[in-house]
Design a protein around this ligand. Structure first.
Ligand code: XIL
Length: 453
């Protein structure tokens, strides 16, 4: 019977179109948030999140508005996931992961093998037992989250501070020897071949004995085919441990080994302009390194920071944006808080015309960024509308500096000006941008004409 089948097809098409709109709605704002501005640079901007604050509306609201990546602050650690041997508890971490999924945020898995927040039953084991407990822990936790994690901190903080360049004493290093790191990475790859596998540490942010030791390890792993994809730089800074002057150079030398790098736990104690400048420098360093793929701040609001007294984050205790926030956003090329629209003053008339041009500004494996420049003709305009037609199964994941809507096929996107960039003087131009997911198709969208109002 043809009728029900056709009805089902139509229904599916409507559902797809509806889900496209839903998926886009939270990211469709202008690049006046950290996440959308970072997306404009082909990066993510994330925050460490605690499950027990997700019920607080200002906390979840700030998270959802500003960030497009999360790292569970404590919920995936060994003491939280396997407090007693072979009994796994994932409830709190699952809560964060499902929140992230509904918001299209990436999740960093933190962390599988670490000397801290390690239950005492693990430290008490002999070598043989410890080896199997470590591999079992990696296997069970990664299996549970398979397909949901973009990167895992497989091993965290294995090296000593100071000049020795040696591994720190831990149950793993002491009983299994230095080979435990390699073993952890090999086990991790065997469980989930698509998650990125990272080594993560602190006090490795500049060139020093500790980062040299990590560098040597990564170089050795790459030369011997031990699976490692990325290195995380925690970047916990304060006056005793300032942002190093060779921060960018250090990130760069790691990426030159053939790994990605990320800023994974950024917080900078301080306030005002000094703190703002430090944040700006860190963001700029990441943007200057091609394979620095994203930044994560270690918390959302100062009130819940693990170093709360140092007020190291971007939002104050009332979720107000600090100067550090404005500086980070500006460094990402975001539009700041000034974008409040033209208040109705605008340009009178509005019978002008406009032209558009399209540039594909960056490309990576499964995505690209596009930029559309809109230019007013010889008369001022009050608004503009542009269409772009995509080849399925490409999808737009986020869009900034414009307001998108979609036709029923989900492939034709109409973009109107945002509240603040519709009014253009004669000959003036503005732009909007988007991130598209290729889903295996590498075409460039077809740009329609520009309609002025
Ligand atoms: C911290 C959390 O923020 C605290 O809530 C917890 O009490 C201790 O751990 N390096 C890391 C993070 O890799 O997991 C740590 O997080 C901060 C230092």
């Amino acid at each position: 019977m043809p009728m029900p089948r056709r009805a089902a097809q139509v229904f599916t098409a409507v559902l797809l179109a509806a889900s496209t709109v839903t998926a886009l709605s939270h990211t469709a704002a202008a690049a006046d948030t950290l996440g959308s501005a970072a997306a404009g640079k082909g990066r993510y901007f994330g925050a460490a999140v605690a499950a027990n604050h997700l019920g607080e509306s200002a906390y979840a609201g700030t998270l959802d508005r500003e960030f497009n990546q999360v790292t569970p602050e404590n919920e995936m650690k060994w003491d939280a996931t396997e407090g007693s041997r072979n009994t796994f508890t994932f409830g709190n971490a699952d809560q964060i992961v499902s929140h992230a999924q509904t918001q299209n945020m990436k999740v960093r898995g933190h962390t599988l093998v670490w000397h801290s927040q390690l239950p005492s039953w693990v430290s008490g084991l002999g070598a043989t037992d410890l080896r199997s407990a470590m591999n079992n822990h990696i296997t069970q936790v990664m299996q549970h989250y398979k397909g949901k994690i973009y990167a895992w901190d497989v091993v965290n903080e294995a090296y000593q501070d100071g000049s020795s360049g040696a591994l720190r004493s831990s149950p793993f290093a002491d009983k299994l020897g230095s080979g435990f790191i390699e073993e952890a990475f090999r086990t991790a790859r065997s469980v989930d071949a698509s998650a990125k596998l990272c080594y993560n540490d602190y006090n490795t942010d500049g060139v020093n004995a500790k980062s040299n030791a990590v560098y040597a390890m990564v170089k050795d792993f790459k030369s011997r085919g031990v699976p490692i994809d990325c290195v995380g730089f925690q970047s916990h800074f304060n006056s005793a441990s300032p942002v190093p002057s060779d921060y960018q150079a250090n990130l760069q030398r790691f990426t030159d080994l053939g790994v990605d790098v990320q800023i994974t736990e950024l917080d900078i104690e301080g306030s005002g302009t000094a703190q703002a400048n430090n944040y700006s420098n860190v963001v700029k360093a990441c943007l200057a390194v091609t394979r620095c793929t994203g930044l994560t701040v270690w918390g959302i609001t100062d009130k819940y920071s693990w170093r709360s007294s140092g007020t190291p984050l971007l939002f104050d205790s009332n979720y107000g944006k600090k100067p550090a926030y404005d500086a980070a956003l500006a460094a990402l090329g975001g539009s700041g808080t000034g974008g409040g629209g033209d208040g109705g003053g605008g340009n009178p008339g509005g019978n002008g015309s406009c032209t558009v041009s399209f540039t594909r500004t960056s490309d990576w494996n499964d995505g690209y960024n596009g930029e559309v420049v809109v230019k007013a003709g010889s008369a001022p305009i009050n608004g503009w509308t542009v269409t772009l037609t995509f080849t399925p199964p490409q999808k737009v994941a986020s869009l900034w500096n414009g307001t998108p809507s979609w036709d029923s096929s989900g492939n034709v996107m109409t973009v109107r000006a945002a509240s603040y960039n519709g009014s253009l003087a004669a000959g003036a131009s503005t732009s909007f941008g988007f991130t598209a997911v290729k889903n295996g198709n590498n075409s460039t969208p077809t740009l329609g004409t520009c309609t002025a109002s």
